[in-house]
Design a protein around this ligand. Structure first.
Ligand SMILES: Nc1ncnc2c1ncn2[C@@H]1O[C@H](COP(=O)(O)OP(=O)(O)OP(=O)(O)O)[C@@H](O)[C@H]1O
Ligand SMILES: [Mg+2]
Length: 314
């Protein structure tokens, strides 16, 4: 299977300034050494609590955040430097969908101009051709043609998110970074938008980096998953590895914290949760070093890697 993008030892550290001279006194280690790759046509999930560094990884990949160290390899080329991204039209091939469409879609622009903007950067189309193309993109995400003359505020949250999807696919990209694309939506609307995203993926052979804190949504969407904590990966694997055979205590705690709707299994679930919490209090040192830092990943199986102390796995 061909890989679309490979991330190697990526670090993004933000300076903290303080004092009278506003000097850099420390750094936030937002992303602190992560490695992964995304295959063509697949969805890679990034999960973790607020502040764990998910968006920072997404922004570094699309070039919105400066990389402190490490490499981003796209189609065999190191595109970590901006000049190289320009040379290969990287900004056409890799697009982003944001969580909050109200602030990410320009409120003063009509939908036509919003969706056509990325096209205009890379293609010369006549007004007529452009209009046709935008209407087709709207159709793909289940929106009516006449939406092109309206403004973002005239739509519901779910409709705006679909406009965001149409905009992201306008340049026929290879990879879309979707940062919490449905987190602001009602459950029923979430399902709609996710289904459009899946259909588009099949039609275009797209890859997604799918960022979410919702383990239910991730299970529905992702082939491979990385669980993130404090800028590091605690565990990566296939969907089955993560949901059926979690190894890191952080992953286990996340999974056991999912509310159980199934009444019949409630007691069993409660018991499981108690067991996980007990393991956490007794064996934390297997999972975090003395500074609370997540260990490096070790291979647990062909597809499954877990961050544990030397000798902690197997
Ligand atoms: N521009 C910035 N300057 C300084 N620190 C930043 C900046 N952007 C993010 N951070 C810090 O980096 C860390 C990671 O932030 P990030 O936005 O990547 O988290 P996240 O996992 O996307 O969280 P959420 O689920 O809340 O969106 C946080 O501690 C955050 O405060
Ligand atoms: Mg975020």
């Amino acid at each position: 299977m061909a890989e679309v993008i490979q991330i190697k030892s990526l670090k993004v550290h933000y300076p903290i300034r303080s004092g009278f001279f506003n000097r850099i006194t420390d750094h936030v280690l937002a992303v602190d050494g992560v490695d992964f790759m995304i295959e063509q046509g697949k969805t890679y999930g990034l999960v973790g609590e607020s502040g764990s560094g998910k968006s920072t990884i997404g922004k570094a990949i699309v070039g919105l955040e400066k990389v402190t160290s490490g490499e981003i390899i796209y189609n065999g080329e190191n595109i970590t430097k901006k000049s190289i991204r320009k040379g290969i039209q990287y900004n056409k091939d890799v697009q982003m969908i944001f969580q909050d469409s109200m602030s990410s879609l320009n409120p003063k622009k009509r939908v036509l101009d919003i969706i056509a903007e990325p096209i205009r950067n890379f293609e010369r189309l006549s007004d007529q051709e452009e209009k046709q193309k935008v209407k087709k993109l709207l159709d793909i995400v289940g929106m009516p043609e006449d939406a092109i003359y309206k403004y973002p505020h005239e739509f519901s949250g779910g409709q705006r998110q679909r406009i965001g999807v149409a905009r992201a696919v306008a340049t026929n990209p290879k990879l879309i970074v979707a940062d919490e694309p449905v987190s602001a939506l009602d459950l029923s609307v979430q399902a709609q938008v996710l289904n459009f995203m899946k259909n588009i993926q099949q039609e275009y052979g797209l890859s997604y980096l799918f960022i979410s804190h919702d383990l239910g949504v991730v299970k529905h969407m992702c082939d491979n998953i990385a669980i993130m904590y404090k800028g590091r990966f605690v565990e990566i694997g296939t969907r089955e590895d993560i949901y059926n055979d979690p190894q890191h205590i952080y992953t286990k705690r996340l999974l056991s914290a999912i509310p159980q709707i199934d009444v019949a299994n409630r007691d069993k679930h409660k018991e499981e949760r108690r067991r996980v919490e007990q393991e956490y209090s007794q064996h934390q040192q297997n999972y975090y070093d003395q500074n609370g830092r997540v260990y490096d990943l070790r291979r647990f199986s062909q597809t499954h890697l877990v961050a544990m102390k030397d000798g902690g796995v197997e």
